[in-house]
Design a protein around this ligand. Structure first.
Ligand SMILES: O=C(CO)[C@@H](O)[C@H](O)[C@H](O)[C@H](O)COP(=O)(O)O
Length: 199
């Protein structure tokens, strides 16, 4: 059955996620997710926030989880999804700066950037990660496609999906983000706090 084969491939793909640190050393998945959730959880007390950026389907992931981390996780999180802002910056400064300039304007040292790109090579996402690092923010990346994609070496934590299919890479990134918010709110494991809505 084609559909079930697709789901099998999806499970294998997301299950094969590889995580590396800033030096490229492998990081155990549970420890990496724990570190990511811990970083999100620590932001409010530090007066800091998160920013999530992506293109196309990954922009939708960014908006979804900026909402979930803000409302359900109680962690202020931006996705820079305002059309006026995005079209102004792109039109005036070039698309490669569409997220970098807002990060320069709104980012603060100690904030966290989650940069999501299936290819890991989109110029605007690389520029955004560079702007965040230059501004003293911590960067976490999610990428796919080529194992040597440039985004994969820019984060303190780098989640990499070994697939060249947008569907498998995007859905894997989505699942990693949902795992993080569900761990943060206690919706997972299932004996956690069920008062939080994470849909
Ligand atoms: O969802 C899809 C393809 O499935 C597209 O919208 C895709 O996200 C766009 O082509 C993006 O521009 C790809 O950029 P990136 O994720 O490689 O940085």
């Amino acid at each position: 059955m084609a559909a079930l084969g697709y789901f099998d491939r999806m499970r294998d793909t997301v299950g094969g996620v590889q995580v590396s640190d800033a030096a490229g050393a492998p990081v155990d998945l549970d420890s990496a997710i724990g570190r990511l959730v811990g970083r999100f959880a620590a932001l409010p007390a530090a007066g800091a926030k998160a920013v999530i950026v992506g293109n196309g389907g990954s922009a939708a992931i960014a908006s979804h989880f900026a909402t979930d981390f803000s409302k359900n996780g109680k962690v202020p999180t931006l996705a820079f999804s305002d059309a006026a802002l995005l079209t102004c910056i792109s039109n005036d400064l070039g698309y490669e700066n569409v997220y970098a300039r807002p990060i320069e304007l709104f980012g603060k040292p100690g904030d966290l950037l989650l940069a999501i790109s299936s290819s890991g090579s989109s110029a605007n996402i690389l520029t955004a990660a560079r702007a965040a690092l230059d501004g003293g923010m911590e960067v976490v990346t999610m990428s796919g496609f080529r194992p040597d994609n440039p985004l994969r070496s820019m984060g303190a934590l780098n989640f990499y999906i070994n697939s060249d299919s947008y569907g498998f890479v995007e859905c894997s990134h989505f699942m990693l983000c949902h795992l993080a918010i569900d761990l943060l709110t206690g919706a997972w494991p299932e004996h956690g706090d069920r008062d939080s809505e994470t849909a």
